[in-house]
Ligand binder design. Structure first.
Ligand code: FAD
Length: 460
């Protein structure tokens, strides 16, 4: 769109909204953002949301787009692999990739969001207003109604286009659904598991109580805890557990004794470094996990859903934020295509993007089972060993599903899913048939070449 003076209203200044505001500000649009919460740079509002996140290459594309890659690097703690903890307290490291340059990062939601807000506000054509929640959107007239949470006033804002980046509970999406003015498809699928955030505090001198550069997992089949490092030496721990199934569940973990018993039995090495467990457990909320898919994302050339508002996913691939940042990159690329009206832009964007966000939603569910269960199984560990060896020996020719999803900046999530699933199937089948094995010499190039040939043959 050539008309840079167009007024764009963004609802929600979370991760996606603040990056979008920054990018559209850089492009010269007049951008107004309304955020329902207070300014997180001034008030601590972290409780109840994931404190830190796994940030990887797709998300980093967004940072490169706005010129913030180096600034964001300063907020990152590299995590080279998963450190698996068994019930006896034994650990082993399973790297994310056989290529040394490929790793994911732990990053603070608050620090990243703050940086994006501050950078966006440096543009005088970007205005961000806090404590103003959107109640509904009149998508036919491109207006939105807001409530000011400071003085309780209600007001209506008008714009040329409205883009909602207001997360999983999106007000625009609700307006589409309730409006019944067009065929709007919507699905919301909850897992039977919820999550609760806990913590491992730093040592007295600010050090880390367990290995810093890993995403720690305690997989226990039907449930798990994970831990990601923070810059201050602490780890944010997340317990993923059923609400009502199994011996221990969120509904019956109601006393300090039973919570301690659960951790003593299932996660004894974690309990040793979590003296604050009981406090955290009863202070922090338990929240549900779900997948939201919907279509269309846009109404004519008036309104558009982006980020979690269009495609909330469960967090097990660590890709929700990354996908939301990639949304901005893809949207920006569509703006470069030279369409002459917003409807054409929104249509082109949804067409190129939806297949990929549907794919990452499905991959994230797959990874739920992989993380809580499969990573602890011998055949899965053998598969990972073989894939690591292939990636190391043939960095140009082989990428595991995890690498395709997480580190590949060129192909979309859908292609990564199709290629990755086919490879997984081929390797697992060959392992169970005894056609390949980790007993082979995986340092021998010829052995690996033969395995690679077999995988390729089965996946072509
Ligand atoms: P949000 O971050 O939810 O931002 C929405 C913003 O809109 C918020 O600021 C909110 O206050 C505001 N808002 C909401 N309603 C209104 C309204 N009516 N009016 C005005 N403003 C409004 N992703 C990863 O990539 N890696 C991870 O490791 C990862 N871990 C996760 C762990 C957990 C437990 C969870 C729940 C999610 C995780 N995610 C992860 C996903 C990630 O948090 C989301 O995908 C990401 O936050 C989406 O960004 P968003 O801006 O679209 O939505």
């Amino acid at each position: 769109m050539k008309e840079k003076k167009q007024n764009i209203l963004i609802i929600g200044a979370g991760l996606c909204g603040s990056l979008l505001a920054l990018r559209l500000g850089q492009r010269g649009y007049n951008v107004t953002v309304y955020e329902k919460r207070p300014d997180l740079r001034k008030v601590d509002i972290s409780a109840g949301r994931s404190i830190n996140l796994a940030f990887s290459d797709r998300g980093n594309k967004g940072m490169k787009l706005v010129g913030l890659e180096e600034e964001v690097k300063k907020l990152c703690i590299p995590m080279n692999g998963r450190m698996i903890h068994d019930k006896e307290g034994n650990t082993f490291m399973s790297n994310y990739s056989g290529r040394d340059c490929e790793y994911i990062n732990s990053i603070s939601r608050e620090d990243l969001n703050s940086l994006l807000l501050t950078e966006a506000e440096k543009h005088e054509n970007v205005k961000i207003h806090f404590n103003k929640g959107c109640k509904r959107v009149d998508f036919e007239n491109t207006t939105a109604e807001f409530k000011d949470y400071v003085d309780n006033s209600v007001f209506i804002e008008d714009a040329d286009v409205i883009i909602a980046t207001d997360g999983a509970g999106s007000a625009l999406r609700k307006s589409y659904y309730l409006g019944k003015k067009f065929l709007f498809s919507f699905s919301q699928d909850y897992l039977t598991h919820g999550y609760k955030e806990l913590s491992i505090l730093p040592t007295e001198d600010g050090g880390y109580k367990t290995f810093k550069n890993a995403l720690h997992i305690w997989p226990r089949g039907d449930f798990m805890i994970i831990a990601l490092p923070n810059l201050d030496g602490s780890f944010t721990v997340t317990l993923f557990l059923s609400y009502d199934d199994g011996k221990y569940n969120f509904n019956n973990l109601t006393t300090p004794e039973i919570v301690t018993e659960f951790f003593q039995k299932e996660f004894p090495d974690a309990l040793e470094i979590m003296p604050n467990l009981v406090n955290d457990f009863f202070e922090n909320p338990t929240a549900p996990l779900g997948t939201i898919k919907c279509s269309p994302w846009h109404y004519k050339g008036n309104t558009l859903l982006m980020g979690d508002s269009a495609h909330a996913i469960v967090p097990f691939y660590g890709q929700g934020m990354n996908a939301s940042f990639e949304d901005v990159v893809e949207f920006d690329a569509v703006l470069d295509e030279g369409h002459d009206n917003w409807e054409a832009i929104f249509k082109a964007y949804e067409k190129r993007r939806k297949k990929d966000t549907d794919a990452i939603a499905d991959l994230a569910i797959d990874n739920f089972h992989e993380m809580k269960d499969h990573v602890g199984q011998a055949i899965f560990q053998e598969k990972r060993k073989i894939e690591m060896a292939l990636e190391k020996e043939f960095p140009e020719d082989y990428s595991s599903k995890y690498s395709l999803v997480t580190f590949n900046e060129v192909i979309g999530y859908r292609e990564a899913m199709l290629r990755g699933r086919a490879q997984d199937k081929a390797i697992l089948n060959m392992l169970s048939d005894g056609e390949i094995s980790t007993a082979l010499d995986l340092t021998d190039k010829n052995v690996l070449k033969e395995i690679l040939g077999k995988v390729k043959k089965q996946t072509e």
